[in-house]
Design a protein around this ligand. Structure first.
Ligand SMILES: O=C1NC(=O)NC(C(=O)O)N1
Length: 312
């Protein structure tokens, strides 16, 4: 069973990896994901220019009955230089995605200039969708600002760049963001980030379950799968074929991975379920995916990719 993928001249022997933010904050966590026989890559926690503590705890909660997670981490990370030194010293054949999430356009430009001038040979993910920094909007919901940032970035940036998008919920918005993204030589689009500003209530205490933002936080896991699949499908249908798709959101089984592939995903990321189940989730998911592909009569992922059927 051929379970590989490519983005430009990067080859992935497996299509699964972590979602930024999960099992990727420290060198130990990053090494754990890289060392797995069932991951094709690793993505760093979205870096800000300097170390950030993030939001006050409790800031993460697993919703009962396997419904998913809510988080308002607030971009806690060891800072840009920490991840730059990790990727600079790391000897690996597996591609590394370096995720950045500036708190301003200038932050993003500064980090991308440093990456451009560095000898980092992996891929870069510009996170335009963190919902959890109090007072900061999810950038990619502002189409004008998104286009402006990408216009400035591509005056100097020549390394493989992708963007991490929030979920969209309106066909007109799929059209609008795709029109913008198609103007730029992006290597990939990663969709979706968590569904921003959900609210989960503790049924015993009638209290919100996380402290930041009076309980409002990003939703992940099974609760977001339908939205994640819709965003993967809508963007695959609209984006130039040169822009590959990383599907993220709602993956807990091999069937979920398969559905992201049917919608057009090239790589698939695991966030909430990785946080819940741990590193072994990748082996389980890949085996479940392989079984489904065999059952369906596919011998390669390429044959299944984008094969979602509609009702005529
Ligand atoms: O982009 C992000 N998405 C999330 O759901 N949480 C993290 C965070 O809060 O750091 N960032």
């Amino acid at each position: 069973m051929q379970l590989t993928a490519n983005i430009q001249n990067y080859h992935f022997d497996h299509i699964l990896l972590n979602a930024a933010g999960v099992m990727c904050q420290t060198t130990t966590e990053l090494d754990t994901v890289l060392a797995s026989d069932y991951t094709g890559a690793v993505v760093t926690k979205s870096a800000t220019p300097t170390l950030r503590e993030g939001n006050p705890e409790p800031r993460y909660f697993e919703i009962p009955n396997h419904l998913g997670t809510i988080n308002s981490m607030g971009l806690p990370n060891a800072g840009f230089d920490y991840y730059m030194s990790y990727v600079s010293e790391k000897q690996t054949t597996k591609p590394i995605f370096f995720s950045v999430a500036g708190l301003s356009k200038q932050d993003n430009l500064d980090m991308l200039h440093q990456l451009q001038d560095s000898d980092f040979k992996g891929l870069i993910e510009l996170n335009l969708s963190c919902p959890n920094v109090p007072g900061k909007p999810q950038t990619a919901y502002d189409f004008e600002t998104t286009e402006q940032i990408l216009s400035e970035v591509f005056t100097f940036f020549t390394k493989p760049l992708g963007v991490k998008l929030p979920p969209y919920f309106d066909i007109a918005h799929f059209d609008m963001i795709a029109d913008i993204l198609n103007k730029f030589p992006l290597a990939f689009v990663n969709t979706i980030n968590s569904i921003g500003n959900g609210l989960v209530i503790d049924e015993v205490t009638d209290t919100v379950v996380i402290k930041p933002k009076s309980g409002f936080g990003g939703i992940g896991g099974p609760l977001v799968k339908a939205t994640a699949l819709a965003n993967v499908r809508a963007l695959r249908q609209r984006l130039n074929s040169s822009i590959k798709i990383i599907g993220t959101g709602g993956v807990t089984t091999g069937r979920d991975v398969y559905e992201h592939i049917l919608c057009g995903a090239d790589l698939v990321e695991v966030g909430s379920q990785l946080a819940i189940e741990g590193i072994d989730v990748f082996e389980r998911l890949e085996k479940e995916l392989a079984d489904i592909l065999t059952e369906k009569g596919y011998t390669t992922l390429d044959d299944a990719r984008g094969q979602l059927k509609t009702i005529s």
